[in-house]
Write a protein that binds this ligand. Structure first.
Ligand code: ADP
Ligand code: MG
Length: 566
């Protein structure tokens, strides 16, 4: 009846587990943060299901997490009375370590990268961090609403396989028992555990409890027989509900790790309480590391949504535009109904109002960062700049705000680093220059040595060097900045505006006249393969170049479409 079965892990899961254990070795204590984080998620999920089935909570309504240890047995136990898992859920959730796409990603890691805990941390290896300190892990669990005969025991000793069987289990929720390795026995210690919980899990919204430490019995006295008493070790208040002035940076950072499953500190964050027509609290973070699936359209994104402090869903993507998909955080609304679903969200008019407010909030946060700390902002841009460039197309109303946040490499620095703003560019424009000039190319070397740049370099007119895939599409939507149109240097007749002085003009006219006969001959040879042949002063060293006409698609765009088989 117990129906015990063994399962092997997928190969990439085994590799990942192995890598993780070794790369996180120097930071062992984070296993506790991960397991407490899961227990807290389990409590959130139970509260959510209890909204529609209150009986799930009734018998044992006070949600909490407990941590116990037994020094002699060398065990550490983390238990919760949250949602629990059915047999199928255990296999599904604890049997798959690696997300899809992981195998590919791992193949491309170099030896050094494999030792990088932060890279490894991206995979949400949360639960498996238990194996940093344990050589065997038992999980006993019972799904809320299932009866005692539906308990499940999952067992795994390290790297090859795990087993599952059905067991009688008296309580709702999950108990994780770690059999500590010899070199991790230090964690079976009350003081040590308390300090780790304070450090990493103080912000967890439900109590994380440990047994009260008993004062040792006085000499000659029999120790009293008492039922064990638990006490909360953490503050047990949802972090975003606390006033900003009372939350320390360290707490914001730990909270970020809890909600984002990231191992790194965030770059910056913004915590706001809004009252009035809308009533909500938001806590938004900018990560310091790009997820490996940043460009996968179906990758999870969005905020953790709460309604009146009750967890509703992860990855609520309705509250931020796609070009801000890297933002992580929490939204706690008092306007949305508790029974809100993704479908309802799409129709609720509060959703759009909140989305537009949060979008502005993020853009302002980035603007502030760019003014306060250019180096930190540069880190942001290097990670997410090409995503931000999707902004003008998706979010026309914030085009101006987005434009101020953009950074480019230009002929001013002739460096690959994208660190020049459009304001910088405009500030350096020549008298009479009307356009913002750019050149598009597949890579920096090509852009920088483009023959189209010759005349601009000669005249000291700055040109943006655009080499991101998204660039041509982006300029198409950007169109202008500060009233100055973007102009592709490879397109059409070259109009340098009043930057062309009388001498230049005379030179151009002379060139056109001198070349007249040659132009006619070339036209004759090329016939309908070209639209036109013109004499030009745009070249200094090169004898000839191809230009697209103004209403033609750009060269880069044409190449992208060709690649896509169009
Ligand atoms: P993540 O928390 O990022 O989803 P983890 O590896 O930490 O990844 O956990 C994997 C999954 O196992 C969780 O998503 C959850 O479904 C399940 N799980 C882990 N711990 C618990 C628990 N204490 N109670 C219920 N489910 C759990
Ligand atoms: Mg987790």
């Amino acid at each position: 009846a117990a129906h015990k079965e063994s399962h092997g892990f997928q190969t990439e899961a085994k590799q990942l587990l192995h890598l993780m254990i070794h790369s996180l070795y120097s930071n062992k204590e984070i296993f506790l943060r991960e397991l407490v984080s899961n227990a807290s998620d389990a409590a959130d999920k139970l509260r959510f299901e209890a909204l529609s089935s209150p009986s799930l909570l009734a018998e044992d309504p006070d949600l909490r997490i407990r941590i116990e240890f037994d020094k002699d047995a060398g065990t550490l136990t983390i238990s919760d009375n949250g949602i629990g898992m059915s047999r199928d859920e255990v296999i599904e959730n604890l049997g798959t370590i690696a997300r899809s796409g992981t195998a590919n990603f791992m193949q491309n890691l170099t030896g050094d990268q494999k030792k990088d805990a932060h890279l490894i941390g991206q995979f949400g290896v949360g639960f498996y961090s238990a194996f940093i300190v344990a050589d065997k892990v038992d999980v006993f669990t019972r799904r809320a609403g299932a009866d005692a005969s539906q308990g499940v025991h999952w067992e795994c000793s390290g790297e090859a396989e795990y087993s599952v069987e059905n067991v009688e289990w008296p309580d709702r929720g999950t108990r994780v028992v770690l059999h500590l390795k010899d070199d991790a026995i230090e964690f079976a210690d009350g003081w040590r555990l308390r300090s780790i919980i304070k450090k990493y899990s103080d912000h967890i919204a439900i109590p994380v409890e440990m047994l009260k430490e008993e004062a040792p019995a006085a000499e000659g006295e029999e120790p009293e027989e008492k039922a064990p008493e638990f006490e909360a070790v953490n503050a047990a208040q949802a972090l975003w509900t606390r006033p900003r002035s009372e939350v320390k940076s360290e707490e914001y950072k730990e909270f970020y790790k809890h909600i984002s499953h990231d191992f790194d500190d965030p770059l910056t964050w913004s915590h706001n309480r809004v009252e009035g027509k809308l009533d909500y609290t938001s806590l938004l973070y900018i990560p310091a590391r790009a997820p490996f699936d940043l460009y996968q359209r179906d990758a999870a994104r969005g905020l953790k949504l709460y309604v009146q402090r009750t967890f509703i869903m992860d990855d609520a993507e309705q509250f931020l535009p796609l070009y801000l998909r890297f933002v992580k955080g929490v939204l706690d609304s008092n306007d949305l109904p508790l029974n809100v679903s993704r479908e309802i969200l799409q129709k609720d008019q509060n959703t759009d109002a909140i989305k537009s407010a949060l979008t502005k909030r993020v853009l302002d946060m980035l603007d502030k960062l760019s003014k306060k700390d250019a180096d930190e902002y540069q880190k942001f841009w290097d990670l997410f700049g090409s995503v931000m460039k999707e902004g003008p197309a998706e979010d026309f109303s914030n085009k101006e705000k987005i434009a101020k946040l953009l950074r480019f490499s230009t002929t001013h620095t002739d460096d690959t680093k994208q660190d020049q703003s459009l304001e910088d560019y405009v500030g350096r424009m020549q008298d009479g220059q009307k356009n913002i000039y750019y050149v598009c190319a597949d890579n920096f070397a090509t852009a920088k040595s483009s023959p189209y740049l010759e005349v601009f370099r000669k005249k000291g007119i700055e040109v943006l060097l655009l080499t991101d895939q998204v660039d041509e599409w982006f300029v198409g939507h950007m169109q202008e900045f500060d009233g100055k149109p973007f102009q592709d240097v490879a397109k059409g007749a070259l109009d340098l505006g009043e930057a062309e002085n009388e001498d230049d003009k005379a030179e151009r006219e002379k060139a056109e006249k001198d070349a007249g006969a040659l132009v006619e001959r070339v036209k004759d040879v090329l016939k309908e393969r070209v639209e036109d042949v013109r004499a030009t002063t745009r070249l200094v060293d090169s004898p000839a170049c191809l230009v697209a006409s103004d209403n033609d698609m750009g060269l880069q765009m044409r190449r992208i479409l060709e690649q896509a088989g169009q």
